[in-house]
Design a binder for this molecule. Structure first.
Ligand SMILES: [Zn+2]
Length: 171
């Protein structure tokens, strides 16, 4: 599974941004994540998943596009969530079904009513999975909030996001 733990200039497609944002995300991916978070809320559980997309670069630096959000069986409760390792096949199947070349550019998870921020555990998860790169989206379906964070040397920082209607225009 290709991840955005490092990228060389060779791997990064040159394409100019029309608006200055760190991440461009499809409506599809947004509605997948919101639906997932709502479903979790109905079971009083946090949810999580991965963001599949691609990395681009222009004169102002690199940025990512996210086309799909994918997930698998989870072990979760009101305050924590992790992938169910016995059900990772669902995740790999979901990734196999993607009809475009992708890298895993980040992950998402939900908070239940505590607002959107990166907890110490979230920071550790991000650092171990993505290092200083990658994006983390936090959704709170109770407060109806969504925030995006990007990796950096000193931990994650809040980032800017633009929603794109049709992901075929991004790839
Ligand atoms: Zn969290």
């Amino acid at each position: 599974m290709p991840r955005i733990t490092k990228h060389t200039v060779r791997d990064v497609a040159e394409r100019k941004r029309m608006v200055p944002a760190d991440i461009f995300i499809s409506e599809d991916a947004i509605s997948d994540m919101l639906g997932h978070a709502e479903k979790g809320l109905a079971e009083n559980a946090e949810v999580m998943g991965l963001l599949a997309g691609s990395v681009h670069r222009d004169d102002d630096g690199s940025y990512v596009t996210v086309s799909k959000a994918v997930t698998s069986g989870l072990l979760s409760d009101e305050v924590s969530v992790k992938f169910d390792h016995s059900d990772m096949i669902t995740l790999f199947d979901a990734l196999d079904e993607l009809d475009f070349d992708y890298v895993i550019v980040g992950w998402y998870h939900s908070h239940l009513g505590i607002g959107c921020f990166m907890s110490e555990t979230d920071e550790r998860t991000h650092a171990s999975a993505f290092g200083e790169l990658g994006f983390a989206i936090v959704i709170d379906p109770i407060k109806e909030e969504m925030k995006i964070f990007k990796g950096s040397a000193g931990g994650t920082k809040e980032a800017s996001m633009v929603v794109i209607e049709d992901h075929t225009q991004m790839a």
